[in-house]
Write a protein that binds this ligand. Sequence first.
Ligand code: ANZ
Ligand code: ZN
Length: 762
Amino acid sequence: MAEKYDHKSIEKKWQERWEESGAFGADDSSIKPKQYLLVEFPFPSGDGLHTGHVRSYTAMDIVARKRRAQGQNVLYPIGWDAFGLPTENYALKTGKHPKAVTEENTNNFRRQLKSLGLSFDWSREVNTTDPKYYKWTQWIFLQLFKKGLAYKTKTLINWCPRDKIGLANEEVVDGACERCGTLVEKREKEQWMLAITKYAQRLYDDLETVDYIEAAKAGQRNWIGPSEGAEITFKISRSNLDVKVFTTRPDTLFGATYMVLAPEHPLIAQLSIENKAEVESYVQAAKKKSDIERGALDKEKTGVELQGVKAINPANKEEIPLYVADYVLGGYGTGAIMAVPAHDERDREFAEKYNLPIREIELEDPKEITKKVVGTWVTNFKLRDWVFSRQRYWGEPIPMINCAKCGWVPVPEDQLPVELPQIEKYQPTDTGESPLATIAEWVNTTCPQCKGPAKRETDVMPNWAGSSWYYLRYADPRNDTAFAAQDKLKYWTPVDWYNGGMEHTTLHLLYSRFWHKFLFDIGMVPTSEPYLKRTSHGLILAEGGEKMSKSKGNTVSPDELVERFGADTLRLYEMFIGPFDQPVVWSTQSMTGSQRFLERVWKLEPTDAPLSPKLETLLNQTIKKVGEDIENLKMNTAVSALMILLNEMEAGVSRDAYKIFLQLLAPFAPHMANELAEQAELDPIDWGTWPSFDASKLAGATSTVVVQVNGKVRGKIELAVGTPEGEALAAARITAGKWLELGEKKAVYIPGKIVNFVVRGA
Ligand code: ANZ
Ligand code: ZN
């Protein structure tokens, strides 16, 4: 055995071997049970891989390696989510073409991922900017269009004045652009929309059928936001017009003392309003504000009365005034409310400011009152349709043609992909038009229907398009007659386990569920949900506890760490750093702990000594614990279990036990484990069997734990080694019995030795 562990040469050796043998290629027709494991494919930014990628990808790599060792046919793919603004902005800054930038960045990412020894099936790499890929993104768009789920409409959109781009609601955080933090304005634009709201109920209900971490389910439920209420019609006095309101409190109808229309409400244009100019200028001002700003509870309410107009409360036939006020949103419910200042906080504030009556009332029976005034029960959703066009260059062209005679005509499917033309100038424009609009020879085309002159759509898709279906492409990545063959989809999908960031809960995760359900409805995928299980990793914070960011200069580079410590140490450290689902603070200094552990493993030598009963028990316990911990992503405690086992084994270890240790270590530190197995002339371990434990040998190791109350010994209990604190305390409480009657204040547990309770008053 080489004296010192040389991570550079050994890691290189194994990575080359895996690469040459295509070791991690998934088999499309194996009789082994399939297992589809997925991580979010990275956006290949110029900054390269960050520690967060390493955390997520390593954890799922561990699961993948364990599953292979258990005899499963594992698909663990990777690719590039490569369209999007950062590349375009970087290209603009440097004068390079986005395509060239993307290629450079993906090459760098690929090299970095390979240097970590991640067991991806590299033969299935996909890239959303590859025309062979986005042909199918465009194809799916056309299917949505044909089913009426893609439509173009003039709408008020969130506009980022800095990025010069329209944003989806999901991309606006606290009224500001998610990317650059600039305050978002409202602009009226013709936009392609996807009718995700048609799927709101199913997206909500079907969360019951999947195994997602609770926070992801809750996040989606909130975002979809169903709200049950009544729609009630109010007549406008001395006219044949009326206006419908949405209310969750029809029982307060008698207390409705005025009405409010959203500034966007179409009725405003139809009414004979005496102060039209005043109303008009209020409406214009409101258009500039974001919904979040308008809806904020702590914001002072403003509005203008529509003079000369009254509405009639259908419950008591009373004439009540009408206002336009921007705290009522055009895009929610019916865009109009009945205001009940006695019961609604915002209405009360408004009523106090404008001296409107606040009437205390007896509540009605909501069922009854809705019936009486001929209202209907409806469910409204907070979810909005998805703004699907972007006025930029680096995205999938929307495959639509506008003809003066025929209107919007889809590009015939046999003409896909509509390729993004190579252009020199792709600066965004202030007019809000895509840079593609400036290329006459691309824009001007013939109408597929009437063959007359027509123009191409020049907007491109948002960067959420390609990621909405990429996991399907991995099943059959080189197919050019379908996005994936049905038999391959049947074999591989749904994804068994998907790990990714919490920040994608209401974006990518929701969008892809929507596309998947649509594809299911048109018979193109075999299941109605894409992912059976979803987990999330916590953030890695910089050494000071702040968020890592390039601008703060507090990021760490995986390249340097791999160079200095090796991939196995980095992998192990990121797993050991803390509970997988929690935020953790980085410490390069602490990496030496993982490094030392691996150095000790390197020096461990098997002997012919028989297994001691104590070691045998610990070995069985560790097999059980590491296996279970991996399944629960409790990677940190799995690593500690390996550390405890190593301590015992350093006193002497048989070849069989040594082999098991390497098998357990292999998913975490695959290079070293494989190297040691080879040197010890053991079977290769990645594709061997995962060790199983002997249940009868688990309980053997117990220790006697003394139970004390206020420092006095009150009994003893026998506990299995490794009993969790909660269980140990529960057992000790039974033994301490009446001595705890005065009230337990505190409990201290020293594992394997003592439980001491502190009680009151003694
Ligand atoms: C009368 C009332 C009395 C209301 C009361 C509430 C409390 P959620 O739960 O969010 O669905 N509303 C309806 N449409 C609105 C819009 N476009 N913009 C702003 N507010 C709107 O809230 C529904 C309630 O929010 C509705 O019920 C309506 O006010 C208001 F004591 O009607 B309510
Ligand atoms: Zn035409």
